[in-house]
Design a protein around this ligand. Structure first.
Ligand SMILES: C[S@@+](CC[C@H](N)C(=O)[O-])C[C@H]1O[C@@H](n2cnc3c(N)ncnc32)[C@H](O)[C@@H]1O
Length: 315
């Protein structure tokens, strides 16, 4: 069996100072880690090296920069080198540290779930904003009873963020992947939202169609990448994130029509639908939400100016 040291030494392109174990303190560990990752074309090399060293030492960034002269034990360095090597070999940083931050909370991530993306926070923002302005989902008070569905919950990030923002909400979170739901349940328990979220394994919202009560808000970040785009995805996405979370079909947009049809049946009159959009889905979704069941259609751009969220009210 290969030892840790074999793994590191076997990584031929490892930065020489790392290979020779010239690193003695946190400052050098960081600068050599950054140089190594940059030489391997890993994006955000500085942030990544910091995160991997923080994870190795189980310390936060402030501690790291307050102790830059601290000498690191050989075993600690070995651990850090292995993480650097694995990252350079394409594993996402979040799979190495086990976490991703979303809406101010830490979410456990595994290869069974999509790593929550910052742009998905716009889904939460739109839900809060439209409700606060009375333009979606019934009563404008956040503490009023409120029924929500998150379709394709993955890590549970949308459902749990909404549970945080709407403390009186009862939430159903669906996913077709049993493995993803395990991760989502774990995250809900860690974030103290578990008592208000029911996790349901089903296709879209199939299992909710028999419910007598309707919903105030349905939110979703469905898979929306076209199968033909797989090769153009970054390696860490293509090889390490679940295909069921990425690909919506040949065109990528295939799940929106059945999702919107179910939402029309499940929302209360005036209930709010909020959907994340892929780079090629705004026009398709706009056409679907131009139907007579929907009113007050809006598109919200992300920080890069890309149409990112579609929202509409059940009329
Ligand atoms: C793009 S990921 C979104 C995950 C999470 N909501 C987020 O925003 O990070 C899509 C999720 O939908 C799930 N999914 C894919 N097809 C589905 C279907 N037909 N019904 C329910 N869930 C589905 C996947 O397993 C995955 O967890």
């Amino acid at each position: 069996m290969k030892t840790c040291r074999d793994v590191i030494m076997g990584h031929r392109s490892l930065h020489p100072s790392v290979r020779d174990k010239a690193i003695t303190d946190i400052r050098s560990a960081l600068s050599d880690g950054i140089a190594f990752l940059a030489s391997q074309n890993v994006p955000s090399a500085e942030l990544t090296a910091e995160l991997l060293l923080m994870d190795t030492l189980e310390k936060d960034r402030a501690w790291l920069y307050a102790h830059t002269d601290l000498k690191l034990a050989g075993t600690t360095l070995e651990q850090y080198f292995i993480l650097l090597s694995r990252r350079a070999n394409g594993e996402p940083t979040q799979h190495l540290t086990g976490y991703q931050e979303f809406w101010g909370m830490d979410f456990v991530v595994t290869p069974d779930v999509l790593i929550p993306r910052p742009e998905t926070e716009h889904v939460i923002e739109v839900a809060i904003e439209r409700r606060a302005t009375g333009s979606g989902g019934g009563s404008a008070r956040r503490d009023q009873p409120f029924r929500i569905v998150d379709v394709g919950t993955g890590s549970g990030c949308i459902a749990i963020a909404l549970a945080k923002e709407f403390p009186a909400a009862q939430i159903f979170a669906t996913d077709i992947s049993a493995a993803a739901l395990e991760v989502a349940r774990h995250n809900a328990a860690r974030n103290v939202a578990h008592s208000r979220i029911e996790f349901v394994e089903c296709n879209l919202m199939d299992a909710l169609l028999q419910q007598a009560q309707r919903f105030d808000l349905i939110a979703s970040n469905p898979p929306y990448i076209a199968l033909g785009e797989a090769e153009s995805l970054p390696r860490e996405v293509r090889e390490h994130e679940p295909a069921v979370a990425l690909f919506g079909g040949e065109k990528g947009t295939e799940l929106y029509a059945p999702l919107i049809a179910q939402a029309a049946a499940l929302l209360k009159p005036g209930g709010l639908l909020v959907l994340e959009l892929g780079h090629n889905s705004a026009q398709h979704v706009s056409c679907l939400l131009a139907a007579s069941e929907w009113a007050s259609f809006a598109i919200t751009n992300d920080l890069a100016g890309i149409p990112r969220v579609a929202s509409a009210l059940q009329s």
